[in-house]
Ligand binder design. Structure first.
Ligand code: SAH
Ligand code: SF4
Ligand code: F3S
Length: 430
């Protein structure tokens, strides 16, 4: 049997990390990763289900990659991740040729499923609320920055969101496991970790909450930076702000999804906070953490969103002045509460609102970044830049910085003078 595998990943950082976990699980059984699908005995696609567009992209890629199986019928074709969990057996019909469908709690079973000799399609979707993939050694590409999960699943049931339905209930990992993993990563040469969870603010393991976890990881020698995502506004505590402000390795950046600037819509979204509460939080955060960068997620065209609701979002975005925003058109997801509401905002209105917000954010981002020109920023050099002669790093506030390449700078924290800002990207000089 050809024990090389290829894996293509869609979706969020958690999914990227899951692909590394799957690679780790398969490596234990003697499988080897390749980045050439035409050489692989196993082809996998790790999918996202958050919006219909994400599913269409994955389905398109699956169709394309199935071509390799036509050439070599011995290839085993595997679809994993959130769309796999959502569609289950339907995938065998939608994408004939798929052999194995496995959801986010079934990855430990993959070697066993791949080892089966019969050629029956098989689907593994059982949710396991204890599965946190502890002890699995993720196979990470060497580098400077690594993802580490602190929890999996979600209990929030925002009315638009498929994640709780496909990833199951929230489970936190024991702090000693997380600390052990981070120490191991640092020993491999990584300098930065990004802690992942759908809502890291609700992390809890016995006496340890998320802020105390941050303080604990802050002690790890050799680690330069700690980042985390995502924070849910409803659970963000003053203790967390203290940790960001006080723990020297924890970076001054909060990703705090707002979703909408209208209280009526927020309530229909089941978000659990009001615009006033959100703005108060932003003020507290900015007071506790000077130079804090704030980023957010927004949905346009949620069911029932009137022009007035949308204008409120425009206002709040102007008032907060986010450093960056991720803006999405609402996409109904089967099985969610919002999918039972009438999807009544016409597509062209959703799209126009999206464009308006993207434009608004572009102006705000440029203005905020221009203010950084002339300042000195701490930049961790993470990788080569896109052009030869360039390196790529990030400020503590997570802004990308391009700098001239020089020997020996990779993985170093430099103090750079910002000489230019071009949209979201900064240019720095030693
Ligand atoms: N756990 C994170 C992010 C989950 S998904 C959080 O709570 O913020 C990332 C983003 O996708 C969400 O913040 C939301 O803005 C967007 N999103 C989720 N479901 C969506 C849907 N059905 N249509 C459009 N955007 C959606
Ligand atoms: Fe989805 Fe809400 Fe959970 Fe985020 S907090 S994953 S948006 S249900
Ligand atoms: Fe992530 Fe998409 Fe699943 S955003 S949690 S891969 S639905």
């Amino acid at each position: 049997m050809n024990k090389t595998f290829y894996i293509k990943t869609y979706g969020c950082q958690m999914n990227l990390l899951d692909s590394q976990l799957v690679a780790g699980i398969l490596a234990e059984e003697g499988y080897e990763l390749t980045d050439d699908p035409s050489q692989a005995g196993v082809i996998m696609v790790n999918t996202c289900a958050v919006r219909e567009h994400a599913e269409q992209k994955a389905l398109g890629r699956i169709r394309e990659l199935l071509g390799h199986k036509k050439e070599d019928p011995a290839v085993k074709f595997v679809v994993i991740g959130c769309m796999a969990q959502r569609l289950g057996e339907e995938l065998f019909k939608l994408s004939p040729g798929v052999d194995i469908v496995a959801g986010p709690d079934s990855y430990r079973k993959l070697p066993r499923l791949l080892g089966r000799l019969d050629h029956q399609p098989i689907c593994s979707l059982a949710s396991n609320k204890k599965e946190d993939y502890s002890k699995v050694v993720a196979q990470r590409k060497r580098g400077i920055s690594a993802f580490v999960s602190v929890m999996r699943g979600c209990n929030n049931f925002c009315s638009f969101c498929i994640v709780p339905l496909v990833r199951g209930r929230e489970r936190s990992r024991p702090p000693e496991e997380i600390a052990g993993e981070v120490r191991g990563i640092v020993a491999q040469g990584f300098k930065e970790v990004t802690l992942l969870g759908q809502n890291v603010n609700s992390y809890r393991w016995e006496g340890t909450d998320f802020p105390s976890l941050l303080w604990r990881l802050n002690e790890i020698e050799g680690l330069e930076r700690i980042r985390f995502t995502t924070s849910h506004p409803k659970d963000l505590s003053p203790k967390l702000l203290e940790a960001i402000g006080g723990a020297d390795k924890v970076c001054e950046h909060l990703h705090l999804p707002l979703q909408s600037g209208s209280n009526r819509i927020l309530q229909r979204m089941n978000r659990g906070y009001t615009v006033e509460g959100y703005l108060r939080l932003v003020e507290e955060a900015r007071q506790a953490i000077p130079d804090l960068a704030l980023t957010t997620d927004i949905i346009t065209g949620f069911p029932g969103e009137e022009e007035e609701d949308f204008q409120q979002t425009v206002e709040v975005m102007g008032e907060v002045g986010f450093d960056a925003s991720f803006i999405f058109k609402y996409s109904p997801r089967p099985g969610t509460k919002a999918s039972k509401f009438m999807d009544d905002v016409p597509p062209q209105v959703k799209a126009a609102r999206l464009t308006t917000l993207i434009e608004l954010q572009r102006r705000i981002t440029s203005a905020r970044n221009r203010k950084l020109v002339g300042t000195t920023q701490e930049v961790l050099v993470e990788k080569k830049g896109k052009l030869p002669g360039q390196l790529f790093g990030r400020t503590r506030t997570n802004k990308p910085v391009i700098l001239p390449a020089k020997e020996g700078l990779m993985g170093k924290v430099l103090r750079l003078r910002i000489v230019r800002a071009k949209g979201w990207i900064l240019f720095g000089k030693l």
